[in-house]
Design a protein. Structure first.
Length: 447
């Protein structure tokens, strides 16, 4: 009865699992125009929108207030109301260039009608316009005659810019070359994250003092738009320059003491404690592999020091990258400096592996320490939770042991790694070795 079916209408049939009750009936079809409003509302409600909002006295929500709703079937309006707005064939043109109201005659003329009012409705068409305009502007930059200028078109930035404009118009801008002494990763990150600009580099991937911004208007005076965008990036770069110069006053070595104030995990101690464990494991791996153990120890001890720098506090995704720059500034050798950046690799499936021997050693030590520590405090990954990214670390270990010169027995590594936790009195790492080995081995199935 809960399904709206009378027991008298059921039939018994044999199945491989025994006798089952079945109901057979005819579901009367409905008009498509009657189904679309409900389906559309269901789809809108299920969109993965991070921040929804409500407006007026309504209880439903969306990413922004809905002001018009066009819903057509061929050339007929589908009569409905969603988000408090009555459906019609009338929408809104471009805020500055288009008509305030635009009537859509039928489905087939939708894109063309909007285009005449400076709205490019198709997201793929807009993306192609942006790429074409950005590429064209950058190709006209005069370089030294030996290098070409190339736009850095990040997919995430491209998608976001594409979603922000209705009628894209790219504009080439410049910034003061004095900022080129700042690590280019910082400059590019600033342009991408804060301003949604496309940075420009040469054939050697060296940054040039240019950028491309995408406006939503075709200005009568594009120079005003250009100057305005050049002006707003200036204080961003000035802040980055301050962090850069201020951080360099303090060596990475001197920052090791600051790591003692940063809690890694309640039972596992500080980030300093963790770096000491990584250094111990790295020394063992280097000795076992016949590699330079002094470089491995030094890189491991300095690998986390940039975490307490102002630059990494502002640009967290550049951890390791910033550490390499600071290590070179401090006079550390190139192998140690590169290993500070490389020890985070691989960050994801298919990512590059470290190129230096020291980078390989410290990367493996970092991941082994992370896995042993995670299991020791009961943070084994579950179906929904993996707070210490142990799955990713395990796959990294597998790649490092199978795709590089570090052809080492996993069990030997784990047996030694748990010894690095002997001073941690609140955990029992030794008892976790078999389970850790099984866990990592199981990850081989997805390798």
């Amino acid at each position: 009865s809960s399904c709206g079916v009378s027991p008298d209408d059921l039939v018994v049939e044999d199945t491989p699992k025994g006798e089952w009750l079945f109901y057979r009936g005819v579901e009367v079809g409905q008009k498509t125009t009657d189904l679309i409003p409900t389906l559309f509302k269901t789809v809108m409600d299920k969109l993965p929108i991070a921040k929804r909002m409500r407006w007026g006295d309504r209880t439903d929500s969306f990413m922004r207030p809905v002001v018009s709703l066009v819903m057509l079937w061929n050339d007929d309006v589908i009569d409905t109301e969603l988000f408090g707005v009555k459906s019609s064939r009338t929408t809104i043109g471009h805020r500055f260039h288009g008509e305030k109201t635009v009537d859509i005659a039928d489905v087939m003329s939708y894109e063309q009608t909007l285009a005449s009012s400076y709205v490019v409705a198709d997201i793929d068409t807009r993306k192609e316009m942006i790429i074409e305009q950005v590429t064209h502007l950058v190709s006209e930059i005069a370089t030294d005659g030996e290098n070409n200028a190339v736009a850095v078109i990040n997919d995430d930035v491209l998608d976001e810019v594409n979603a922000l404009v209705e009628y894209p118009v790219a504009i080439l801008g410049q910034f003061n070359p004095r900022y080129l002494h700042i690590p280019q990763e910082v400059l590019i990150k600033t342009m991408q994250d804060n301003q949604k600009y496309f940075a420009v580099v040469d054939d050697n991937d060296e940054i040039l003092p240019y950028f491309v911004t995408v406006s939503n208007i075709e200005s009568n005076n594009p120079e005003v738009v250009r100057v305005g965008n050049q002006r707003v990036i200036e204080p961003r770069f000035a802040d980055a320059e301050f962090f850069w110069e201020n951080d360099k006053k303090k060596s990475l070595e001197s920052r090791r003491e600051d790591l003692k104030k940063v809690v890694y995990q309640e039972k596992l101690g500080s980030v300093y404690d963790r770096s000491e464990r990584i250094a111990k494991i790295a020394n063992f791996i280097a000795d076992l592999s016949g590699l330079n153990d002094s470089n491995a120890i030094r890189a491991a001890q300095l690998a986390k020091c940039d975490l307490v720098s102002e630059m990494v506090f502002e640009f967290g995704e550049l951890q390791g990258v910033i550490g390499e720059y600071y290590a070179k500034n401090d006079g550390e050798n190139d192998e140690v400096a590169a290993a500070i950046r490389e020890h985070y690799l691989p960050k994801f499936a298919g990512d590059n592996l470290p190129e230096t021997d020291t980078g390989l050693v410290v990367s493996l030590a970092d991941k082994i320490e992370n896995i042993v520590g995670g299991f020791a405090v009961g943070a084994k990954p579950t179906g929904t939770k993996d707070p210490y990214a142990l799955r990713r670390a395990s796959l990294g270990v597998i790649r490092l042991l199978n795709e590089t010169k570090l052809d080492l027995p996993l069990e030997v590594l784990l047996d030694y790694a748990v010894e690095a936790f002997n001073s941690v009195t609140d955990v029992d790492a030794v008892s976790q070795v078999d389970e850790i080995k099984t866990y990592i081995t199981e990850r081989l199935k997805g390798y």
